[in-house]
Design a protein around this ligand. Structure first.
Ligand SMILES: *[C@@H]1O[C@H](CO)[C@@H](O)[C@H](O)[C@H]1NC(C)=O
Length: 387
């Protein structure tokens, strides 16, 4: 007898606990009495929303001047109307995976932060609501923002681009809703994946009061993200080949002045190669009228090679200057022979030499010194100015 009474008591106790846990989230939050059109604390000042962001990936779209950011946006605020007596349910928070058609998400007030000046609508994926018994709500959202970022084309690709993400409420003014960066740090990007060739140099969250239409003000959260190009890429794929091409053109000055064919071929091949590299600097950037830093470099290299080509032709013209008593050229001379840099031209024993040829050889000797000196000077100035 005693045994069965004990059994009944146990069964009743179990049923009580079970029914206590099975109260629906809707009942706990008293959603039926909740008016989602009133923002929390609407009688007592602005609704404060704590915002933090975890950046997972960042894509720099150079041709469209866009930054695509994906990560977790976490917003926390207090809503006294959903506070519940945790003790009577033996729980102190409810968690709602807020899928698109979740009834709880549909019936609660949610902050309307969005990206101002966005290019494409924000894509938001899964989100999650956590509500504790004191009425604190934490809303985690998977977001994908695309926002414009004017690339710093004048110093492309050597310097970083500051890009600003701006978050603000669609309609609430600064005295109605107060979003604020919160957390330590508010923006986490330690495990971010950045598109190839870039890295994040700096992330700076700030907030300011911005002007909304109609002389009203809104509180705007700003996030300055500085994306820095890895300059090694440009150096490897443009600067080193260009320097090699200019050096090749320089070799033409060492070819005998009678080998005009070899000289012009070297210069022309260098010119074509340099022109290809020059054009390829445009491959990724928008067709802007800004002169890019890399363009200044490749353009100057092109100019140097062009000067070398012109010099070769001038030397040839001088060498064929008609003079009296001209005799056939010495058979010793080979058009591909390199002349020693600082030796006297052996014109003294070459009786066939005209004054034109002397001038040509002196021109060559001048260029052998001036050309590399000019190129080094340009490089010194360029890398000081752009670094
Ligand atoms: C927001 O952040 C402030 C400062 O850290 C804190 O005092 C406040 O409780 C937070 N609000 C919510 C709703 O979490």
């Amino acid at each position: 007898m005693e045994k069965s009474v004990f059994l009944w008591f146990a069964l009743l106790a179990w049923a009580g606990v079970a029914s206590g846990l099975e109260v629906s989230v809707k009942d706990i939050l008293k959603v039926d009495e909740y008016d989602r059109d009133h923002r929390p604390n609407y009688l007592g000042g602005p609704t404060k929303v704590n915002v933090s962001l975890v950046i997972h990936s960042l894509i720099v779209d150079e041709s469209r001047q866009l930054l695509e950011l994906s990560g977790d946006l976490i917003q926390e605020w207090r809503d006294d109307n959903v506070a519940f007596a945790g003790g009577s349910y033996r729980i102190n928070s409810v968690q709602v995976p807020a899928t698109a058609n979740s009834a709880i998400k549909e019936s609660l007030w949610l902050p309307d932060l969005h990206v101002s000046r966005q290019v494409f609508p924000t894509k938001s994926g899964a989100d999650f609501l956590r509500i504790d018994s004191a009425g604190r709500i934490a809303w985690t959202q998977k977001v994908h923002f695309s926002f414009p970022c004017k690339l710093n084309l004048k110093s492309y690709p050597l310097r970083s681009h500051p890009c600003t993400l701006r978050l603000e409420s669609v309609g609430y003014l600064s005295d109605e809703m107060e979003p604020e960066w919160n957390g330590d740090p508010p923006v986490v990007y330690s495990s971010v994946v950045v598109s190839h060739g870039y890295s994040i140099a700096k992330v700076d969250p700030t907030s300011k009061i911005s002007l909304a239409p109609g002389h009203k003000t809104k509180r705007q959260l700003q996030l300055m993200i500085e994306v820095a190009p890895r300059s090694g890429w440009a150096v490897k794929h443009t600067v080193i080949p260009m320097v090699a091409t200019v050096t090749t053109a320089y070799l033409a000055f060492f070819i005998n002045i009678r080998g005009v064919c070899a000289r012009v071929i070297i210069c022309m091949l260098s010119l074509v190669t340099a022109a290809i590299f020059h054009e390829s600097t445009y491959r990724k950037v928008p067709p802007a009228h800004d002169t890019m830093a890399i363009e200044v470099f490749t353009g100057t290299c092109l100019a140097f090679i062009f000067v070398a080509a012109v010099e070769s032709v001038v030397v040839d013209v001088l060498g064929h200057f008609p003079t009296k008593g001209r005799q056939p050229l010495s058979p010793k001379r080979n058009s591909f022979a390199l002349e020693p840099l600082f030796s006297q031209p052996d014109l003294t024993d070459d009786h066939a030499s005209s004054r034109g040829q002397v001038a040509a050889i002196w021109l060559d000797r001048c260029f052998r010194v001036l050309y590399p000196a000019g190129f080094l000077a340009f490089n010194a100035v360029y890398w000081v100015v752009y670094n």
